[in-house]
Design a binder for this molecule. Structure first.
Ligand code: NAD
Ligand code: DAU
Length: 380
């Protein structure tokens, strides 16, 4: 009996020590990979509450296998709905906020900027206020060991010229698209809470991610999906715009390390020194698909460089992004682990193994989106 009560006490202690994470946008691409990563890393020693309103980009299929975990809870709510968000804080002792939820696609922001301001700016304000209200003590200090991480992007820094320079944490914000302007605004709001209220937050600015569960409106999954169907591969402008690609698990690891080891109030850039022109990315995908598909697979015959189609450029298209990840390496010890040639193989293998996932997300509304975005650009 004594043994039992020891075990019970220990279980109680463990529950008290267990950190509770509030993840926003956990049904999206990076958020869902982050949740998988965190449960792989910490097992049942953490709890995660995932709040997501399931826009076109949110998909609970991304969390298959996680739903049965008793330490995981899904709450369907909009981050702009202050009552719902405050209720989550009132009902749970939240230790960590990891704020992914956003409208994330530049092309959509060019067509419809309003929702980007709503979610990315006002939604972030709601998250900041709810966390502050729940964590702040009477004397203006915060309950111990509470942390808010705002997941942002390298796009807030604007655009670099070909082959020259890097984005540092000290680079002035100079966003160009409605998407990046809304993210830069949210970064400024987080910074204002740090500066004004000493709010315990960090900002991370990451470069382009790729990997499993990425919605096929973004370059890499769109090209994989089109190539496998023998559909044209749309390249904006001259195809020489440069992005700095990072495998999504490396991003998840960086977020966790910043949250545990970062200096509060600081901004950290995350990137892999893996700059590539868009056209190079497309050639690598085509070569890798040909290498990985068996000769007998009928899809292999459809894959061809002839599918590459130069189309009208994105409006205000940023030329080049390149992150200097020196600070996160020096202060926190994070470095990217996945070489692009390995990451792209893992990504393609995942798409091969999850054909149903791709079929499900490209049925219905996706077709409408694709037609609207590309019908003036591509003639079949
Ligand atoms: P995503 O579009 O795949 O997912 C966004 C998620 O947020 C979806 O699940 C969606 O349902 C949810 N969401 C949107 N509006 C919401 C709202 N009002 N309330 C609640 N949930 C809402 O995005 P992603 O590519 O996973 O990006 C996640 C975050 O990382 C974003 O903040 C983005 O700016 C940032 N980021 C992305 C990249 C990248 O390459 N994808 C790189 C750097 C930073
Ligand atoms: O840099 C980080 C950002 O990366 C994130 O903040 C954004 O949320 C994320 O969407 C991504 O933005 P990009 O605009 O760089 O990603 P996208 O995949 O849309 O485009 C990558 C590049 O490929 C860009 O130069 C535009 C080009 N492109 C894209 C599509 C969809 C094409 O040439 N053809 C296409 O069909």
């Amino acid at each position: 009996m004594e043994g039992e009560s020891y075990a019970q006490n220990r279980a109680k202690e463990m529950r008290e020590m267990m950190k509770t994470y509030l993840v926003t946008g956990g049904a999206g691409f990076i958020g869902s990979n982050y949740i998988h990563y965190m449960f792989r890393k910490y097992g049942d020693s953490i709890r995660i509450i995932n709040v997501d309103c399931l826009t076109y980009a949110g998909n609970l299929e991304n969390l298959k296998g996680i739903e049965e975990n008793p330490n995981y809870t899904f709450v369907k709510a909009n981050i702009c709905d202050s009552d719902s968000i405050r209720r989550i804080f009132a009902e749970n002792e939240i230790d960590r906020v990891v704020h992914f939820a956003a409208e994330s696609h530049v092309d959509r922001s060019i067509v419809n900027p309003e929702v980007f301001v709503q979610t990315n700016v006002l939604g972030t304000l709601v998250m900041l206020n709810a966390a502050k209200e729940s964590w702040e003590q009477k004397d203006g200090t915060y309950k111990p060991d509470k942390r808010f991480l705002h997941v942002s992007t390298d796009e807030v820094y604007g655009s670099l010229p070909d082959g020259d320079g890097y984005f540092y944490e000290t680079t002035p914000l100079d966003p160009h698209s409605p998407y990046s302007a809304s993210k830069a605004s949210s970064d400024m709001l987080v910074k204002s809470y740090v500066d004004t209220y000493k709010f315990p937050a960090n900002i991370t600015n990451c470069s382009n991610n790729y990997g499993p569960y990425q919605f096929p409106e973004k370059l890499i999954p769109l090209i994989i999906n089109n190539a496998l169907q023998g559909k044209k591969l749309p390249v904006y402008g001259d195809g020489k715009n440069v992005r700095d690609w990072l495998y999504v698990d490396d991003h998840a690891k960086a977020i966790d390390m910043v949250q545990e080891k970062g200096r509060l109030g600081e901004r950290y850039n995350i990137g892999g020194h893996n700059e590539k022109q868009n056209i190079e990315i497309i050639h690598i995908i085509l070569d890798t698909l040909k290498e990985m598909l068996p000769d007998a697979d009928p899809r292999k015959r459809k894959i061809s460089e002839d599918l590459i189609t130069y189309v009208e450029d994105r409006k205000g298209h940023d030329r080049r992004y390149a992150i200097a990840p020196d600070k996160i390496k020096a202060e926190i010890g994070w470095e990217p682990e996945t070489m692009f040639k390995d990451g792209i193989k893992k990504t393609i293998a995942w798409f091969f193994e999850n054909e149903d996932w791709m079929k499900n997300v490209t049925s219905g509304d996706y077709q409408k989106y694709y037609d609207e975005m590309y019908h003036d650009r591509i003639t079949e």
